[in-house]
Design a protein around this ligand. Sequence first.
Ligand code: PLP
Length: 382
Amino acid sequence: MTHSKNLSPDTLLAQASHYIDEKTGALTPAIQPSTTFGRDSNYDLMGDYIYGRNHNPTFDQVEKVLCELEGGAEARLFASGQAAITALFETVAQGRHIVAPDIMYHGAQAWMRRLAQKRGIELTLFDARSAEGLANAVRPGQTDIVWIETLLNPTWDVMDIAKAADIAHAAGALLGVDATVTPPVTTRALGFGADIVFHSATKYLNGHSDVLGGVLITRTRDQRWAEVCEIRTLVGGIMGPFEAWLLLRGMRTLGLRCERAFASAARIAHHFEGHAKLDRVLYPGLESHPGHALAASQMTRGFGGMLSFLVKGDAAMAKALIANLQIFIAATSLGGVESLVEHRATVEGPQSLVPENLIRISVGIESADDLIGDLEQAFDLL
Ligand SMILES: *Cc1c(COP(=O)(O)O)cnc(C)c1O
């Protein structure tokens, strides 16, 4: 089956890249639970598979769709976002240097700190709000990986992907981009010069808070990529076939889910900007946000479904607001159909640079009126 490269990601997603099983006509790939794959009388493998820790047929269509969405050369599924990130950073040799933002997804940063403490890898955390932060952090010839997030979690400061790619490449480093909060229906980081793009599939890609998964997509099938694939097999952080199947099902509605969540997030941000009980609303869709124009140039569809409130007052005030909410659910994670709210400083612990009065909001697909009403009543009770 052929189809034009100009099709919208929504079309690609809805049909899982025009999937039809050639043998049965099924529109949904089968789940293949087998952990091992047989050999013929010549002791040759009967197909392309050998053992479940190497690969599984259920991954094929999922990886194909992700690869086409991002415009990459190859995609690989992992057991979690962290399994994907750690597989990439396992390729960094002792004595080399890695660079990442000071405020970012805390789990990935915790892994980098561990590499710096135990593996003889040097780590520089740069201030992404300073224009020269990244340029000053890289060390030409020594820096191996520059890691950024498209929107920094949870301040939603915007990283300039093309500029980061130039800086990384000039230093001889690879640019890895965590695009979890800007799924490929809105941002394609490889097109801006990233070498490897990452998503926690646990978030928007699956979107139903019922699958843990991660994915890496590479621009080129090079030596580093071969090593990443080998590490997935050797370390074993591989996705289960049932999870891969669920992920593909979740991804079919990614375009629709993002459309609703992004529109509702924009409404909420505009509605509460300037509220008497808030210091600030952090959302790149607000004209007042310093990264607004840059976000507009990197996101083709709105400004995402994530925002944060800086509540007037301290951590206790922020938590009181959360406690007053009746529709938003107080829980970690993001990108699911249900709206979540979280006090990040508590979750990240004492090392966190996240302000204590910040609450992070992941907007789901409920009615925006209900969500705004819930926040209104929660503020009124403060
Ligand atoms: C959740 C998340 C991760 C880690 O993914 P897991 O699936 O939880 O392992 C990495 N980066 C970002 C931005 C995330 O939100």
